[in-house]
Design a protein. Structure first.
Length: 442
């Protein structure tokens, strides 16, 4: 009887996308779910309401769709995309002036935004309602639950392809104002096969990770190389911002069993998941994986409670004192701070914890004067003018390139300069030393 009752009550909340669009008012602040938790059906049609709307803020994080409402500049008077983390599409369209970045540390993203402005509408997706009246928010709890608790209207797209996950993703249907039924596949990220540089960096990092460590990994060639290099380890655990395909591989090969975790033993803890169908199948109905709020998962003091916590992040460039720019090229925003500082600081609060910043020693760039493609060191005397410091030099532990890993923990600037030059590309080491001398850095 209870399941029948739930179904009948649920039916009363069903609406169509066009009905949702009519609920949006000019001047509204609307929060969308992160990445795979976004309401694809609604966002795909949002631009059709542009003529009747002005100054609507759509607040999101890493949108996976190239949606017309912010992709087409003709709608910029109707919609402003405010993002906690830029996708590739967002950074390309930033010049249209209908996209702006929200500076944040991930564990503060929801709370600080709510201090500024409470959204009138939250929109996301969820799994179908179960016999007990619960849906799962599926792939993310970074800020979704916090926003749901405060928004005037909560609208969810019910999609049978959303993985049913546990943790802070579970929500009773009575907390939702309207449901839209949809059927689309979850966005997938192709698994990046590590190149030779990635493998060298992965090897350097893996050599410093002990059995029984709890790890945080991101996505891309370097994190994937680290995951591959960790397959020979034992009794690893997972406490991570992002749950990835590489972590599934580590579980399947036996390297991860979560047996030695200090907090949440036997459980893998994440704030969101994004990857392939293999990943989504793994986390679906899997009680060993818990997707919990970003305010908890990424709190440095929570992270630090894990014994032997290891944080692994990447950066765009690092200066000779240890400042890390991981989200911009000069003033141009290309991604976001995300949880880099959260996890790096948290790992260093951990007993026997370690934090790694990884990057290639060089990059190929276009010379602004000649237009030629030239090789440039990514370990630099000074960051590119306007570059954002994602992780301060006070919070840096290990820095790793394909030429090795060096610890900056507790070192003076003089020692940092020596150590960072030692892992720069050999062709730039003499030049870096001369520039450090000329600038009196050390």
């Amino acid at each position: 009887m209870k399941a029948v009752f739930v179904k009948s009550e649920y039916q009363k909340k069903l609406v169509h996308v066009k009905d949702v669009l009519s609920m949006i008012n000019s001047g509204d602040h609307v929060v969308s779910g992160l990445a795979g938790a976004e309401p694809k059906a609604i966002l795909s049609e949002l631009h059709t309401a542009a003529d009747s709307l002005r100054d609507v803020s759509i607040i999101t994080c890493l949108p996976m769709g190239n949606y017309e409402f912010f992709g087409n500049p003709q709608y910029k008077d109707s919609f402003l995309m405010e993002g906690w983390f830029y996708s590739g599409f967002m950074r390309k369209l930033h010049a249209n002036k209908n996209i702006t970045f929200i500076p944040n540390h991930l564990h503060f993203a929801s709370t600080k935004r709510l201090d500024y402005k409470v959204p009138r509408i939250y929109m996301g997706n969820c799994s179908p309602v179960d016999a007990h009246g619960y849906v799962s928010l599926g792939l993310s709890a970074v800020y979704e639950k916090d926003m749901i608790e405060k928004a005037d209207l909560v609208i969810l797209e019910v999609n049978p392809n959303v993985p049913r996950t546990f943790g802070d993703t579970l929500l009773h249907y009575s907390k939702v104002d309207y449901f839209v039924e949809a059927d689309y596949q979850m966005p997938e990220l192709p698994v990046t096969e590590p190149n030779e540089k990635d493998k060298l960096i992965g090897k350097h990092i893996a050599e410093l990770i002990e059995d029984g460590s709890t790890i945080q990994l991101g996505i891309g060639g370097i994190p994937n190389a680290v995951a591959q290099a960790l397959k020979t380890k034992k009794n690893l655990g997972i406490h991570t911002e992002m749950f990835t395909d590489g972590m599934v591989d580590l579980v399947e090969c036996g390297a991860v069993n979560n047996s030695m975790k200090t907090i949440h033993p036997e459980k893998m803890i994440a704030a969101f998941a994004l990857g392939s169908k293999k990943l989504y199948d793994f986390i679906n109905d899997n009680p060993s994986v818990e997707i919990k709020k970003g305010t908890y998962v990424n709190d440095p003091y929570v992270i630090g409670q894990n014994h032997k916590m290891v944080s692994i992040n990447t950066s765009i460039e690092v200066d000779l004192t240890g400042q890390c720019c991981s989200e911009s090229i000069g003033v141009r925003q290309i991604s976001g701070t995300g949880g880099q500082a959260d996890t790096a600081i948290g790992a260093q609060l951990s007993e026997d914890g370690k934090s790694f910043i990884a990057l290639y020693s060089t990059a190929m760039i276009k010379d602004k004067t000649t237009g030629e493609i030239i090789e440039k060191s990514k370990i630099v005397p000074m960051l590119t003018p306007g570059a954002i410091v994602s992780l301060s030099r006070n919070d840096v532990d290990y820095v790793v390139t394909e030429y090795g890993a060096v610890s900056l923990r507790g070192t003076s600037v003089r020692e940092r300069v020596k150590r960072l030059i030692s892992i720069a590309h050999p062709k730039f080491r003499e030049e870096l030393q001369k520039e450090a001398d000329a600038l009196m850095i050390w």
